[in-house]
Design a protein around this ligand. Sequence first.
Ligand code: ATP
Length: 249
Amino acid sequence: MGVILKVQDLHLSFKGVKALSGVAFSVAEGEFFAVIGPNGAGKTTLLNVLSGVYDPDRGEVVFLGQSLKGKSPQERARMGLGRTFQGLEIFRGMSVLENVKLGAELALSTYPMALPRAEREWRLRAWAEEVLDYLHLSPFRHAPAGMLPYGLQKRVEVARALAGRPKLLLLDEPMAGLALEEKQDLARFLLDAREEWGVTLLWVEHDLRAVLELSDRVLVLSYGEVLYHGPPEGVKKDPKVVEAYLGQG
Ligand SMILES: Nc1ncnc2c1ncn2[C@@H]1O[C@H](COP(=O)(O)OP(=O)(O)OP(=O)(O)O)[C@@H](O)[C@H]1O
């Protein structure tokens, strides 16, 4: 398995607060990689640096062997770096299908040649429908996304991100606010997406049980520093992690 993402010596401060301090790790292709840590540890800041919302003060992010320095979030997305957000980022007044087609536009924008309008529309629709079907959202395709229950809205957001055919999908707390059954459904969809479309997953998540059950490797951050980087089995055994994170109960 090759390395899809390499993060080297990232530093970022906000007015003296060190949000990231010497963060380094790598993610292998096809991995389900988790980032956890207490509130304010720097997890969302890390996602913002990876997706190009913030420039780091120091350090580098290499995606598929290419440095991301100076690349906008849009350029990164076109390279195959997808993202979902902590809050919901769907268009509530648009139908589920329209939301997912917007994501599919991104996949088509990387297509090597310009397509005739009708064919373009056909491909967009076909790909969006495939993703909807895969995530069991087809019955809701014409419903305004904002009218669906929260758990389904979260699933629409994941569907839209997957429709962009990311090679690496960054997920910011995808399970927040979901009931246990909805979490289990989402976990299955993510694992299936990895299997079916070969997408690598990097998720920030507070549900420790889900993280330890599903992830291949885990990065633990605290005060912007890496406390632990390794398999899930080692997380609870690491004295530094217990002290800074798990000890909080
Ligand atoms: N735009 C910003 N301006 C100023 N300070 C910021 C900004 N973004 C983050 N910070 C600070 O950087 C630190 C890390 O914040 P971050 O949101 O990355 O943590 P987190 O691990 O995602 O926390 P949570 O689990 O609560 O979402 C915090 O001290 C936060 O207050």
